[in-house]
Ligand binder design. Sequence first.
Ligand code: SF4
Length: 397
Amino acid sequence: MKFSQRLPESIESVKRIGNLPLIGPRETERLIAKATEPAGLTEDEIVILLNGLEDSENARVVLEFSSTYSRPRDDEVFLLPPLYVSSICENKCAYCDFSTGGGVRLTAGEFGEEVDTLLGMGYRSIELVSSQDPELFVRQTPFDPSDQRFDLAPTVRYFEILKERIAADGGGMITSNIPPVCARGFEDLKGAGLDCFLVWLETFDPAQYARLHVNTGPKGHQGYRLDSFERALEAGIAHVAGGFLKGLHDWRKEEAILYLFDRHLKERWGRGFSIIGSPRVKGRFLGSMAIRDNLVTDEEYELNIALDRVLFDGILWLQTRESLDFNRHLINTYGGGVVLTLTSSTAPGGYSKPQKTHAQFPVFSQDHVRAVSQLEEDGLTVHYAWDAADLSEAQRE
Ligand code: SF4
């Protein structure tokens, strides 16, 4: 059974969060400690733990536990810049600035220049990002939203260019942030160099997912997106990375379902998420009525990060949607062993030339050299060049 088939049952289960009697700090401490044991938490226990976080004393217990909890390679930071190929998108996600049209696609030559610019800065682990560009993900007909098939040849070419240039520079790693594809497509992408398949799940809640993806393209089928990790693992992709977009729905319910999803992957495939993402809604959509009851404060965000370090074997990815000062605070309080984005253009072509098109979402522009020296002053070892073996070593056993 794939996770999309289990989702309705998980949704029912997490509806209890916010409605159960609160546990006390001692029980919170017992559960958070149990989460670090190999057996982890049962479905009821994760629900009870997250329900209890309404109480500030319980939240304090989690923050304190996480701040003293050690993970592998805790004093290291792994840098990962995004590299956008296209911002032309047939999906129309309510929270994304690419849904307004006017996107661009890089030619192979322009893409090569972007790769060289990032390699010139020292990066050798790169996230290749693409929107649902109909000329890169060419629908096969007839098109079945629940079993989507694309001609991926144009997309594969970008992976090949990236793989060749990273290899020529000494080797590294490719993470993708592209629309989900079929198992056969993942095999082609693996052959072209894909090491880690990432997809943000936005929100697990089916009603909110449907509301935010009205009139959209292939992304409208939530189940196909959810099950993409299992197709990637089936195709032999070494690592998968997931997360939800904080602020679209009740973050405690989303966190509980992410935990159940990770547990499902471990049970079925022997491995869970290698990277847990931490994006939070930013920009113009913050004012939307559709999400106003779900906005995540800095305090809640920090609590979510503290929990992630304890609940998951995979490592955290701290992003440029947050300021460097906030990310440094999180690392210095809870530990490193995280992926971090410093250099970030969220529009295609923004590294080698001045940006010509609009970005996907606002980011904190950071001078990576200065930021790295600040992190080094904090006692951290910062890696520009790292690979899939480093990612494996950074996992909790
Ligand atoms: S979030 Fe992704 S799929 Fe949705 S509109 Fe933006 S680029 Fe397209």
